[in-house]
Design a protein around this ligand. Structure first.
Ligand code: 13P
Length: 259
């Protein structure tokens, strides 16, 4: 079976303040991560900075991601950015981030539509799933995440599913400084992988990369990268500091090479 390449993606969210700062951060990340060759590295700057950042990283192995995409193909959707517009600019598209679900009302159905638009345009979705604290406390986290995976991957063609990366980001761990326990992340990610297997078969379940996200730092990454079945991380705050981000990438490379 094909080996899953370790993967670390930096979600910059609505940072930094200017396009010039985004270009500078991208350049710093390229320099700081130049050694981390076993790991695939992606950065997701704000949409307005994508073109400038694409040029800044063009000579490197760092790939580009966008933080969201519109669920429709084209038309009267003020502010929308379609998957087709992103073709040739980004490799990855983050869909279903909990902040977008919360702030822009993305439902499971809309996340599914966005994911399919991205696949149809030849882009690679990074699907975010994750439960609220009450759900974790009630013992239903794995079932909840399986439901999100099932909904988001509904009607995805068999041959396309392995191009999806799934990021398990428990909502209570995002931006709080309190990451999940490695063991819990491992079990929930195993449940998500099992669900992919139910939907698309064992080979696809094996091929899909699974990341952990939520308060990942150079310090906390080891707990996740060492877990079987966790292929890397989706990083928020720590991806805005090039050296810290590089530490995370290096740690994932070391842990996954050993695994
Ligand atoms: P933090 O790493 O800042 O907790 O954010 C995680 C995240 O939401 C990445 O998409």
């Amino acid at each position: 079976m094909r080996h899953r390449r370790p993967f670390v993606a930096g979600n910059w969210k609505m940072n930094p303040a200017t396009v010039a700062e985004a270009v500078a951060l991208a350049r710093a990340i390229v320099l700081a991560t130049a050694q981390a060759r076993v790991v695939e590295i992606a950065i997701a700057p704000p949409a307005v900075a994508l073109l400038a950042v694409r040029d800044a990283i063009a000579a490197s192995d760092v790939t580009l991601a966008v933080q969201d995409v519109h669920e429709h193909e084209k038309g009267a959707y003020t502010g929308g950015i379609s998957a087709a517009m992103l073709r040739g600019i980004v490799t990855y598209v983050i869909v279903g981030h909990s902040e977008v679900r919360r702030d822009r009302g993305d439902t499971d159905a809309r996340v599914n539509a966005k994911l399919r638009r991205a696949l149809d345009a030849g882009l690679r979705p990074i699907l975010c799933v994750g439960e609220m604290l009450e759900v974790r406390h009630s013992g239903r986290a794995d079932e909840f995440v399986r439901g999100q995976v099932r909904a988001a991957l509904s009607d995805v063609a068999m041959g396309q599913a392995s191009r999806v990366t799934i990021a398990y980001e428990p909502i209570w761990a995002i931006g709080t400084g309190v990451p999940a326990h490695g063991e819990d992340a491992r079990t929930t990610i195993a449940a998500a992988r099992e669900e992919v297997g139910v939907l698309f078969g064992a080979a696809t379940a094996h091929a899909v990369r699974m990341l952990y996200g939520g308060s990942v730092t150079g310090e906390s990454i080891a707990e996740f990268a060492e877990q079987p079945g966790i292929d890397g991380a989706l990083v928020g705050g720590a991806s805005l500091v090039s050296d810290e981000f590089a530490r995370i990438c290096a740690a994932v490379g070391v842990a996954r090479t050993r695994a």
